[in-house]
Ligand binder design. Structure first.
Ligand SMILES: [Zn+2]
Length: 290
């Protein structure tokens, strides 16, 4: 699987502190507490100097913003363990400076979303928290499993702090739930591009399926009487409305201007096929654009 970076990243400042490309595929996530309520930018700033000899893949600032310090494909220097960091995506989270190094709800929400996104892009359907060092380090994850590890297992440190350590089971549960229901940053984006087959847009319970390919959605609608295809914005795209339920020339003209009906000959064909008077629509378009 090709390595990618999260689309949640809002700020990138790459650190020179890493070992180059990983020698092990990603099957672990190691969340850390950065010990300070830092911004996403400041977390990157911690790792720009080579003398620091440390880094992380991602930072989550105190407002929940995500930064990229070391690309996911590369091994960061984060968890005091070569074996762990070769296979783990490491995340430094803005936290309090003292025990239990609490992280706020914005950071925690971002952590859930970022972990979900990392799992999804790396082909994982489950995030596991086994809660025990030896059990975890001796566990061989299945191909669709991601495992949580913690810095304190590899060094005499409190990291990720007792606050987050106590919530890793909750984190794993929430991420696994999000993976099964298809939420999270990349899913939101992908979902908005799907064609849905429903009775009406508002009746989401009637949904027969969601398709990335329009032709497949049309096929599904054809085999289910009374069903239509809607795009991610809820616009009905198939079948064309029967005569009598047609929209006004003005409404169609505004759709044309918005680009819903394509351009040139294609626009003409589509409008005509849907039962509209092309020249009347075009006349209204010209009026609106005057
Ligand atoms: Zn740490």
């Amino acid at each position: 699987m090709a390595y990618t970076n999260s689309s949640m990243v809002a700020y990138t400042r790459l650190s020179p502190n890493h070992s180059g490309q990983r020698t092990h595929s990603i099957d672990r996530i190691t969340p850390h507490c950065v010990v300070g309520q830092l911004s996403a930018e400041s977390i990157c700033g911690c790792f720009t100097s080579p003398s620091r000899q440390a880094s992380c893949n991602y930072g989550i600032g105190t407002d929940g913003k995500v930064s990229l310090c070391v690309e996911e494909k590369n091994r960061s220097w984060c968890s005091s363990s070569n074996a762990n960091d070769q296979r783990a995506v490491t995340i430094e989270c803005a936290s309090d400076k003292i025990e239990p190094y609490a992280i706020n709800s914005k950071v925690y929400d971002s952590l859930i979303k970022l972990c979900t996104d990392i799992c999804r892009r790396n082909g994982k359907k489950k995030l596991l928290w086994l809660g025990d060092r030896n059990k975890t380090l001796n566990y061989t994850p299945k191909s669709d499993e991601m495992v949580l590890t913690v810095h304190r297992w590899f060094a005499n440190k409190s990291c990720p702090g007792d606050w987050l350590y106590a919530r890793l089971g909750d984190l794993a549960t929430k991420v696994t739930a999000a993976l099964s229901t298809g939420t999270g940053a990349s899913a939101d984006k992908a979902a908005s591009q799907l064609y849905r087959v429903r009775k009406t847009w508002a009746d989401s319970k009637s949904q027969k399926g969601a398709f990335s390919v329009l032709a497949n959605a049309k096929k599904c609608a054809d085999s289910n009487k009374g069903y239509s295809v809607f795009d991610g914005n809820g616009k009905k795209v198939y079948p064309a409305d029967a005569p009598g339920t047609k929209k006004s020339v003005d409404v169609i003209a505004r759709e044309v201007i918005r680009g819903d009906w394509g351009n040139g000959d294609k626009r003409k064909q589509k409008l005509t096929a849907a039962g509209y008077d092309y020249s009347a629509v075009q006349k209204r378009v010209n009026e609106l654009l005057r």
